[in-house]
Design a protein around this ligand. Structure first.
Ligand code: HEC
Length: 444
């Protein structure tokens, strides 16, 4: 691990990522699905020569572009900020493996921005055909950036047969690429339909509202079919360790149940919208349905990320930011030796760091605490998210020693122990001290 560790109490640093990434994914999917829906609705409005609907779409386009461009750009950069600080090794690996992928992503992003602004500002100035064509260019370029980013995030879950010697394309077209593109494309259409439904309840009135709701519901139901197919493919290719996490971790089980539940509610509502038109779209129902869509995206992303443990990149980088190929080196030379910032920190305090036989018990506890921050605190807060204190509260010192020794066997979501014997004993000293302090009267 070549970088300093960012210690975030209570939440753990990686949990800062979803705080930025999930709002970003919701708005980005709104942007992609909204692109397709806007282009198609504008085409239909021209065809039907419906000035009321055209005027509404123009207003919607303005709101839509402002929201997606400003919010999308700010949170998109925010994701780099959080992943760079919390998982620098994995971020660096993704940059290296996908150099041209990022470059291509940027090209489509620029095309997306230019076509979006042109679509709005050239309204009424272009013949309908060209205007609608701009809408489709926007939709296509936004979708392409979804495809590119999905190849990269899917790689983190399923690196497939990729090894560092293999090409970009082996990494990009990894086993969960197609299922995830299907799920995200479908999710985009659905969330955009729910978003337009929500916007229309507050802003639209006119005979065309009924047709609008039926059209967007039809797109979204098509999206739901994509989600269904993608989920099926996803469950088929899911690697063993991820499958195990999904059935073992209570959090992931709850998320999966919630995800299926709200997805069913949304499908039912869309089917109703398709049959009954705008009558079902009242402000409260539209707000609730949009929130159900957001919940479905949030839980879906959480499950994908949560089931990846102990890997940051499957088979390549383990959660504390350690390459799988370097694990023997960690065992041989020790965790501190392989973690320069940690070594620097400890050496400043204890010049005899390289002589474990001279460590005092108090020194062991302090060294153990520092190791905990680098090795464990990415997944365990002390109290809070996956808190280590409540986990070990009823444990005995022997059990704690054994758990550290067989870390990846006590729970396969964890990496193996990555240090030498003296470091393991130091970490155990620290954990036993924690346990003693928190056990209090709970000890039998
Ligand atoms: C990749 C994330 C990750 C890392 C890194 C990690 N853990 Fe865990 N650990 C987990 C998860 C997830 C659980 C399951 C929690 C639960 O069951 O609620 C767990 C469970 C545990 C348990 C309870 C095991 C049992 O028998 O139920 C202990 C003890 C523990 N971790 C200690 C550690 C220590 C010490 C480190 C650092 C050396 C560490 N963990 C690093 C994710 C991690």
């Amino acid at each position: 691990m070549e970088y300093p560790h960012w210690y975030v109490p209570f939440l753990t640093a990686p949990m800062l990522i979803p705080l930025v990434a999930i709002p970003h994914v919701v708005v980005a999917q709104l942007a992609v699905g909204g692109g397709f829906l806007l282009a198609d609705l504008t085409r239909r409005a021209y065809q039907a020569s419906d000035p009321g609907l055209l005027a509404y779409l123009r207003r919607f386009a303005r709101f839509f572009i402002l929201l997606t461009v400003v919010f999308g750009a700010v949170t998109g950069v925010g994701i780099w900020w959080t992943i760079g600080l919390t998982s620098p090794e994995a971020t660096s690996a993704l940059i290296h493996v996908f150099v041209f992928g990022w470059a291509t992503e940027w090209v489509f992003f620029v095309l997306e921005l230019v076509s979006a602004f042109a679509f709005y500002y050239l309204w009424d100035r272009l013949p309908p055909r060209e205007h609608v064509a701009l809408g489709w260019i926007y939709a296509f370029s936004a979708w392409m950036s979804l495809v590119l980013i999905t190849g990269i995030t899917a790689f983190m879950l399923t690196s497939g047969s990729w090894t560092p010697e293999k090409s970009f394309f082996v990494a990009f077209f990894n086993p969960s690429f197609v299922p995830q593109v299907l799920i995200r494309t479908g999710g985009s259409l659905a969330i955009a339909a729910l978003g337009i439904g929500l916007h229309a309840t507050f802003h639209a009135n006119g005979a065309w509202k009924d047709r609008l709701v039926r059209w967007v519901s039809r797109w979204a139901l098509g999206g739901m079919v994509c989600i269904g197919l993608g989920t099926l493919g996803y469950l088929l290719i899911l690697p063993d360790h991820a499958r195990l996490n999904m059935v073992r971790a209570p959090m992931l089980l709850v998320m999966t149940a919630l995800n299926f539940g709200v997805t069913l509610v949304v499908i039912a509502a869309l089917a109703l919208g398709y049959i009954a038109g705008h009558r079902w779209v009242t402000p409260p129902s539209a707000v609730l349905l949009f929130m159900a869509g957001v919940l479905a995206i949030t839980t879906g992303e959480f499950i994908r990320e949560g089931s990846r443990k102990p890997y940051q990149v499957e088979g390549y980088i383990l959660s504390p930011g350690v390459r799988v190929s370097d694990v023997p080196l960690y065992h041989e030379r020790g965790f501190i030796d392989q973690t320069p910032w940690l070594a620097l920190y400890l050496r400043q305090r204890w010049p005899d760091l390289d002589r474990p036989d001279r460590w005092t018990d108090e020194q062991r506890v302090r060294i153990g605490e520092a190791i905990f921050r680098y090795h464990c605190a990415g997944c365990h807060a002390l109290t809070g998210y996956n808190g280590i204190r409540p986990i070990i509260r009823p444990w005995t010192p022997e059990l704690i020693r054994e758990a550290v020794r067989h870390l990846h066997r006590t729970n396969p979501a964890m990496p193996p122990w990555l240090g030498n014997e003296a470091e393991r004993e130091a970490l155990a000293h620290y954990l036993i001290r924690l346990q003693e302090a928190s056990a209090g009267s709970a000890a039998p």
